[in-house]
Design a protein around this ligand. Structure first.
Ligand code: BTN
Length: 325
């Protein structure tokens, strides 16, 4: 984890983008010696930051690195709590696993685990989540909402809206959401969200939102069996995407929507979610553990549950299923 000093240093450059900041100014600001400032600047350089240092003027960040580091994400981040503590890992089994441990150990709300690679990434229904190195965003976010347990799935829908908005902002491509949490572009999956809880009998301790975004993979990077169903932002937008920009945007959007949700409830989120939903009004098949339901998707309830009207006019409420269009 990055040191507090480094965090303050990055904040100073974030608040004075493109400007030179002198060693003395930075030393006074963060309460350390100029030598300590210099040492931290050298650490940033090693992480891949391109720095300009001019005598009498000070330091300026010219270019941030292409790989994701906690410092790179922090550069330009404007959130109050989301992403203010970032655990960056080069390679992990699954960011979910680490986030669960941190949440259990009382990590603050908004703590995030980000990894360059997952060797045992998990999807919904215990499926494998393909998470190759340096190409995607693999991260888990810890929230601690004071809401009843049955309302927790609403946060999955909220996270989906935040990621769609972040993708729109960074790529100008508009994805669609397939209930509950698949984000698609041109009918192929670009993002998956896995929401898990740590709860006692009647109260939530933490919600761990795992988000996997396929960003810079090319088609040949995918295993054969995924090529017809998965895609990446780079394939769909035709350009290379800066993953740190995408993560920052997702943090900003998620924090904003989460605060809106805590203040005003699920309705504003529901409306946004429905505006991006692909399946509403269409004939779909929902494959649940207890069988399949074929019918028209009517929308979602106040709790985020999918309503399907079958051919006999019976309305079913679906809590968990795979949807086929
Ligand atoms: C799905 O669509 O099935 C959900 C996929 C969730 C993948 C993310 S990647 C980060 C986090 N760590 C994991 O092991 N899974 C989630």
């Amino acid at each position: 984890m990055q040191s507090q000093l480094r965090k303050q240093l990055i904040d100073a450059f974030t608040n004075n983008k493109d400007e030179f900041l002198s060693g003395q100014y930075l030393a006074d600001l963060i309460g350390c010696s100029r030598t300590a400032v210099w040492k931290h600047m050298e650490e940033l350089r090693k992480e891949g930051f391109e720095l300009e240092a001019i005598r009498k003027k000070g330091y300026r960040i010219v270019k941030t690195p292409e790989n994701i580091t906690a410092d790179e994400i922090r550069f330009g981040l404007k959130t109050k709590f989301l992403g203010q503590s970032i655990h960056y890992e080069e390679s992990v089994e699954s960011t979910q696993k680490i986030a669960h441990r941190l949440a259990y150990d009382q990590a603050a709300e908004g703590t995030v685990v980000v990894a360059e690679e997952q060797v045992a990434g998990r999807g919904r229904m215990d499926r494998v989540w393909h998470s190759p190195k340096y190409t995607g965003v693999w991260m888990s976010i810890i929230l601690r909402p004071n809401i009843p347990i049955p309302k927790a799935p609403q946060l999955t829908l909220l996270a989906a809206v935040a990621v769609v908005q972040a993708i729109e902002e960074v790529t100008t491509v508009t994805p669609q959401i397939k209930w509950p949490n698949d984000i698609l572009i041109n009918g192929k999956k670009v993002t998956g969200i896995l929401t898990e809880l740590q709860a006692e009998a009647d109260r939530i301790n933490s919600v761990i939102i795992g988000i996997g975004i396929n960003v810079n993979q090319q088609m040949e990077d995918y295993p054969e069996e995924l090529r017809t169903i998965a895609t990446s932002l780079s394939i769909e937008s035709g350009k290379r995407i800066n993953r740190a920009d995408l993560i920052r945007s997702a943090f900003n959007r998620l924090e904003h929507l989460y605060e809106l949700y805590l203040e005003k409830g699920f309705l504003p989120i529901k409306l946004l979610w429905e505006s991006y939903a692909i399946s509403i009004g269409k004939m779909i098949t929902a494959r649940t553990l207890s069988g399949s339901i074929r019918g028209r998707a009517l929308g979602i309830t106040e709790d985020g549950v999918l309503k399907i009207e079958d051919t006999e006019g019976i309305v079913h409420q679906v809590y968990s299923a795979d949807i086929e269009l």
